[in-house]
Design a protein around this ligand. Structure first.
Ligand SMILES: C[S@@+](CC[C@H](N)C(=O)[O-])C[C@H]1O[C@@H](n2cnc3c(N)ncnc32)[C@H](O)[C@@H]1O
Length: 243
């Protein structure tokens, strides 16, 4: 009898596995393989990626550095970079907006930082905030600020000289998006003539190397009174409404 009940569950289990195969794959690659590699190599996944990039990329060539990151993600291990598909959208937004001051929340390995920095006009400045001091990469136009966004944003003006942000790329933990937008509104001048652009990739869905997940888009909205927009899952508290 218990065997019969167990057998009856097998089709159900198969259906679940097929339905959620991408999440299983993500779990396998991002958690299981990562833990195993951490134990085998004695260094973190991000350090492994850096070693790969350092040994395979042409120094000083941002395109090749990004391509090398992509190769690593497709053929070796998963990284939560913005990735080549959403990267194209980000690149286009930078090109269209030609911002002089850019604020990125969530540097991680510096993939989006490099991507944005190489598209910025001369004299532009990119500020990028990362709370994990191990995740750091710096380029010429970039000021890397190590700290949690909630502590850094109130100090951006006085301590880091960021008087206004023309373009904000939020790519940290999405539970922080609403709070940090409110902090930005309170502490940082926003954009040319008060019209900043805001980018919110849909976090947790669109991971690099997981093409199937890459169905999210970026938004760049001209924001009069800071209109908020998010694309994809509507669980950030930012549902396209005006604040
Ligand atoms: C998805 S990764 C960023 C990927 C990066 N923008 C890219 O495309 O290469 C998110 C990063 O945000 C950082 N982070 C999360 N919450 C943060 C906070 N409140 N302040 C600063 N950094 C934060 C994490 O440590 C992590 O490195």
């Amino acid at each position: 009898m218990p065997e019969t009940i167990a057998l009856a569950f097998i089709p159900f289990l198969f259906t679940l596995i097929i339905r959620y195969r991408h999440y299983f794959l993500l779990f396998y690659r991002a958690v299981l393989v990562r833990r195993l590699q951490d134990c085998l190599t004695g260094i973190s996944r991000e350090e492994r990626a850096f070693q790969y990039v350092l040994t395979h990329a042409i120094p000083g060539d941002p395109h090749h550095i990004l391509e090398t990151f992509d190769q690593w993600c497709y053929h070796c291990e998963y990284l939560s970079n913005v990735g080549p598909h959403k990267g194209k959208i980000l690149d286009r937004l930078i090109y269209e907006n030609t911002p002089l001051t850019v604020l990125e929340l969530g540097t991680y390995c510096g993939y989006a930082t490099i991507l944005m920095a190489q598209g910025l006009p001369m004299g532009a400045r990119l500020y990028t905030v990362e709370m994990d001091p191990r995740n750091a990469a710096v380029a010429e136009k970039v000021e890397l600020i190590v700290g949690a966004s909630e502590e850094v944003i109130p100090q951006l003006k006085e301590k880091h000289g960021l008087l206004k942000a023309d373009f904000v790329f939020m790519d940290h933990w999405k539970r922080c998006y609403l709070r940090d937008l409110q902090l930005l509104e309170a502490h940082v001048g926003m954009g040319r003539d008060g019209v900043p652009s805001l980018c919110l990739p849909e976090a947790g869905n669109g991971q690099q190397g997981m093409d199937h997940f890459d169905d999210s888009l970026f938004c760049s909205f001209p924001l009069g009174q800071l209109a908020l927009a998010t694309v994809g899952r509507q669980d950030t508290g930012l549902d396209g409404s005006l604040v």
